[in-house]
Design a protein. Structure first.
Length: 411
């Protein structure tokens, strides 16, 4: 439910990554969509970016509107500018995790969880008849499919085992795009299941080749350790090296806390993207900027006129709902479904220092302001100032994943 959403990052050396743009950056691209989505962890899922004949495409599934996912397909010729990303073409998906593949005969295919394959018209979004091409190695949640063509083989890479601690990556190949696909005898080719590794839930991988001909992969992982208890940043992208064995199967470097040396590309020419660094330190003075930095995000599209920048700093207009919201209310503004007056920076480290200067002038009883480490409305840790007419301590709406401290301002 993060907005702006679908961030695009760029790098010259695969080490330093800068924010380039957001694909979903305008409320008008999907009018009212985030406000019609009640779930806390719904929204854009499993986005894939592809490049073909000068055009960049991002395709993903939007979850939470109904029992079926809604496919969204964006495109641009300039991925460094948010404003250049198109309005989406809506796809009638039956399953999640869509990806695109262009074959040598000019046909374009869409793959989805299941694992299904169907032709797609990129101009209209029209989909052809879907056919099942592989059930995976165990038929347990086969999803996240990606197809690559190399040396006459179609390679089908998928995720299996669910997204928890049994998460894994498996691969098969075929001489024909519609199969039959033969599974690699050493599957899964990437997983941390049944280990004590710091990175858990390793899976949902994608492969690519750099300009020097070296292969790499990205996968999702959680920094939880084997206890699998604390994971405030959720699933993150992890980079790893890929080589090909004599049998023409890919070998994926296991995900560890310290990765072995790999042939990283040279830095080369300076990056054209000067956007915020993913892992760098940040210091923002809102009295000296004319717009909220592009690296800041909101939970859903925020209410209209929620934020005002001036030489006095960033003024935040209160939303009707606090961060927790009233889950029993039928009014969207009170649940927080119509957006919150919340602006935040993505957490990129497990250990960090963070501070903020706030001037708080409440006008109504119950108004509050403060700082939060926020994942969802039900999973957060906040320090607040709240306005009451008499001294009062509140724990209303707090769950086991929600901690609250604060100083109360008496009228």
């Amino acid at each position: 439910m993060t907005f702006p959403g679908l961030p695009v990052y760029t790098s010259r050396d695969l080490v330093t990554w800068n924010l380039a743009s957001h694909v979903w950056n305008r409320e008008s691209q999907l009018p009212g969509l985030s406000w019609r989505t009640p779930g806390q962890t719904n929204g854009m899922y499993a986005a894939t970016i592809r490049h073909h004949e000068g055009v960049y495409y991002v395709v993903c599934a939007y979850l939470g509107l109904s029992d079926k996912p809604m496919g969204v397909l964006f495109n641009t010729t300039n991925p460094l500018r948010s404003s250049q990303w198109s309005d989406p073409i809506i796809l009638d998906l039956s399953e999640i995790d869509p990806d695109l593949f262009w074959d040598d005969d000019g046909k374009t295919y869409l793959t989805t969880a299941g694992i299904a394959l169907q032709e797609i018209n990129l101009e209209t979004g029209q989909l052809g008849e879907a056919s099942n091409i592989w059930n995976g190695t165990s038929n347990e949640w086969p999803e996240g499919p990606h197809i690559y063509k190399k040396d006459g083989w179609y390679y089908l890479l998928i995720a299996e085992g669910g997204t928890s601690q049994k998460h894994a990556v498996s691969i098969s190949r075929s001489k024909e795009i519609k199969g039959p696909y033969t599974a690699y005898e050493r599957n899964p080719i990437l997983t941390n299941r049944d280990t004590t590794e710091y990175f858990q839930s390793v899976g949902h991988a994608d492969l690519f080749k750099d300009s020097n001909g070296n292969w790499w992969g990205l996968c999702l992982a959680i920094r939880s350790g084997p206890s699998y208890e604390y994971m405030p940043m959720g699933r993150e992208a992890v980079l790893f090296n890929v080589t090909w064995n004599t049998e023409e199967w890919p070998k994926l470097e296991p995900i560890r806390g310290r990765m072995p040396p790999a042939p990283l590309p040279r830095l080369g020419s300076p990056a054209s993207n000067k956007g915020p660094n993913v892992s760098g330190n940040d210091r923002f003075d809102f009295t000296k900027v004319t717009k909220i930095p592009s690296s800041f995000v909101h939970h859903r599209v925020p209410p209209q006129n929620a934020f005002l920048l001036s030489n006095r700093g960033l003024k935040v207009r209160p939303s009707r709902a606090n961060l927790t919201g009233d889950s029993l209310s039928t009014e969207a503004e009170l649940t927080g479904q119509n957006g919150l007056s919340l602006v935040g920076r993505r957490q990129s480290h497990t250990l960090f220092n963070f501070s903020i200067d706030i001037d708080f002038w409440p006008r109504l009883i119950g108004q509050e302001s403060g700082l939060t480490v926020f994942r969802t409305q039900l999973e957060q840790n906040e320090s607040q100032q709240k306005y009451y007419d008499t001294p009062y301590t509140s724990t209303e709406g707090l769950g086991e994943d929600h901690n609250q401290t604060g100083s109360l301002i008496a009228r």
